[in-house]
Write a protein that binds this ligand. Sequence first.
Ligand code: NI
Length: 165
Amino acid sequence: MALREIRLEGDEILRKKSKTVEVIDDKIKELIRDMDETMHSANGVGISAVQVGILKRIIVIDVNYDGSPSLKLINPEIIKKKGSEEFQEGCLSFPNKFAKVIRPSEVVVKALNEEGKSITVKGKGLLAEALCHEIDHLNGILFIDIMEQGTLEYIDNDQNDSSKK
Ligand code: NI
């Protein structure tokens, strides 16, 4: 396992669309392990492959931090959305920047797991937000694109670590 460099605001790769994963080989599995380690090391709750410079449709999410395994999703797709909720959102690619974003309060996501099996994940609240945020990354969409006007804040402390994605 290894930590990978997190691509930051202004890096053009963050605007590119990621490609569908066709084969889940050892290289993809290693990437997923590295993404998980990189995310935890940066105290993030979610990360997408593009944020470590790889344009593949892969996301890793851990909203619990209770030692249970992170959610690792390949080719994720939102198949259902319900409600709406306002979140204070951050992103590992935008250190110390936060803004208010309105997202669905519940989503259902279809994806492949690391074994290539089709799975369905239901998320509410923070998990729904993280799923939407990471899937947006795969399409080159950043939270600053959809934030509520005038809510961008620069917060230079660690209190908001748990909302970084
Ligand atoms: Ni992000």
